[in-house]
Design a protein around this ligand. Structure first.
Ligand SMILES: [Zn+2]
Length: 174
C-alpha cells in the first residue's frame, strides 16, 4: 500500500505561491493565480504574469472540472513514495475556466487555457491511482485531494460521470 507519509512536501515560509496552492487544496479548493493587471488566470505557478509581466496577483478559486487534454503512463517511479503505484496515469487536464481564450500579445494562434498536470486517481479512493486502462484523451474529470498533513494537500483528478468532451482516444497498445 502507498503510504502518504513517505511523501514529504516541504514548502518554505517565503514561498507564498506554492504554500497558498497546497493550503487551499487542504481546504478542498483548487486555486489558480489571477493577474490583477490583465486579469488573466494562469495555472503554472509563478511570481510574474506570463501575459503582461505584472508581479501583482491573487488566488482565484476554480471549479476543478475539465477534461483530459493529454496523458502519460508512469512506468518507473522517480520518487520512492510512488513506487507502489506504478504503472499509474498522469494527466494534463484542461480546466473549464478560460478555455479557448486567445493569447493576445505573444501568440495570436495560441490560447491561455488552464492546464494542470496531476495524477489520475481512483474514483473511490483519491490516494490510489486509477487503472491505466481507464485513461483516455477527452474524458471528463474533476478535482480530488490527497492530504499530505494537517495544512497541505495535493490536488489530483478523477474521472467524472457524464459524457466525454469529445470522442475519447488513447494511444494504441505498444
Ligand atoms: Zn497579467
Amino acid at each position: 500500500m502507498f503510504d502518504l507519509h513517505q511523501l514529504r512536501l516541504e514548502v518554505t515560509a517565503t514561498d507564498s505561491e506554492y504554500r497558498g496552492y497546497f493550503e487551499a487544496a487542504r481546504q478542498r479548493q483548487l486555486v489558480v493565480q489571477k493577474c490583477t493587471n490583465c486579469e488573466l488566470l494562469r495555472a503554472a505557478i509563478g511570481s510574474g504574469c506570463p501575459f503582461c509581466g505584472s508581479p501583482e496577483w491573487q488566488w482565484e478559486p476554480v471549479q476543478g472540472t475539465g477534461f483530459i487534454y493529454s496523458y502519460q503512463i508512469v512506468a518507473h517511479a522517480v520518487l520512492p513514495a510512488f513506487r507502489e503505484w506504478v504503472p499509474y496515469p498522469l494527466v494534463l487536464v484542461e480546466l473549464d475556466e478560460q478555455r479557448d481564450v486567445p493569447w493576445p500579445t505573444h501568440d495570436p494562434t495560441g490560447t491561455v487555457s488552464l492546464r494542470i498536470v496531476a495524477m489520475l486517481s481512483s474514483r473511490t479512493d483519491p490516494s490510489q491511482p486509477a487503472d491505466e486502462e481507464s485513461v483516455a484523451i477527452g474524458k471528463r474529470v474533476e478535482v480530488c485531494f490527497l492530504d499530505i498533513n494537517d495544512l497541505q494537500a495535493l490536488p489530483a483528478f478523477r474521472l467524472s460521470e457524464g459524457p466525454p468532451e469529445h470522442s475519447p482516444w488513447r494511444a494504441p497498445d505498444q
